[in-house]
Design a protein around this ligand. Structure first.
Ligand code: LIP
Length: 269
């Protein structure tokens, strides 16, 4: 049964990714703005999410769905599909080949603070990279098992992060990055949270942190990263949520979590 769910997530992600890539080739425009004028949605985001929802409902009518563009629908099975049809919408809009279809299956209330992530599938359709992970079953990039990078000291850590859409929050996030920059190898901002987590999972970066993410941004990538050996956490013992997601090889995670607080990352959001 578990692998059936991952197979279904993978099949749906591949079909959704084909549609997203086709719409990208045809040309993409902003359909509307959301929380701020830089938080955009394209018609492709909506169309891809409609496709994903209909495929899930056809196969799993009793499951709930929580999606970025279509909100939440309830179910009776105790499972929720957490869907970001196009994560990295700004990259998608600009034609930067680094965006993702992100699909997770979680158990429990549809709240990242309490749910248990079961399966995660993150596809970058632009380059054909498909990351998957299932609880207790490891993580994969296409057919190959992946692992986090070996431990490195802070000064050799390549760290990716991201910024909120709200200007005032970005200003605070910028201050944290300014303080961190002299302490680490370098900082990256790729623009797609689900893929940020997968980059930690296969050792392309050493750690990733971000605040203000929505559940669909991190649900699938968190499962992949955890299955690849990363610690994926919020502040203290909290699960990852809007408050914080930090993913890193365990020794680096233990160093970074208090450092983030020391650098002023725990400002009010
Ligand atoms: C975005 C991310 C981006 C993050 C933004 C936002 P969207 O998702 O993946 O990396 O920094 O805060 O959540 O809006 O492209 O689906």
């Amino acid at each position: 049964m578990p692998s059936e769910l991952l197979d279904l997530a993978r099949t749906i992600a591949l079909e959704a990714g084909e549609l997203a890539a086709k719409r990208r080739r045809e040309g993409v425009e902003v359909a509307a703005t959301k929380s701020t004028i830089v938080d955009v949605v394209t018609e492709a985001d909506r169309e891809v999410e409609r496709l994903i929802r209909s495929r899930i409902l056809d196969a799993r009518p009793d499951d709930a769905i929580l999606g970025e563009e279509g909100g939440s629908s309830s179910g009776t099975s105790g499972l929720t599909w957490v869907v970001d049809p196009i994560d990295g919408t700004v990259n998608y809009l600009y034609g930067i080949p680094h965006y993702a279809v992100s699909i997770a299956v979680v158990e429990g209330d549809p709240d990242p603070l309490t749910w248990t992530g079961l399966h995660g599938c993150v596809l970058n359709p632009a380059i054909g990279e498909l990351f998957t992970g299932s609880r207790g079953e490891g993580a994969f990039l296409n057919c190959d098992a992946i692992r986090v990078a070996d431990p490195v000291p802070l000064e050799l850590a390549l760290i990716n992060t991201g910024f909120a859409y709200a200007a005032a929050t970005r200003a605070e996030q910028g201050e944290v990055v300014t303080r961190m920059l002299p302490m680490v190898r370098d900082i990256r901002r790729f623009g797609t949270a689900s893929l940020d987590l997968c980059m930690v999972a296969n050792g392309r970066t050493n750690a990733y942190f971000e605040r203000t993410l929505s559940p669909w941004d991190h649900a699938a990538g968190a499962i992949v990263a955890r299955e690849a050996g990363a610690v994926v956490t919020g502040f203290g013992d909290a699960a990852p949520s809007r408050d914080l997601i930090l993913a890193a090889e365990p020794q680096l995670a233990a160093r970074l979590e208090p450092l983030l607080i020391e650098l002023g990352s725990r400002f009010e959001i």
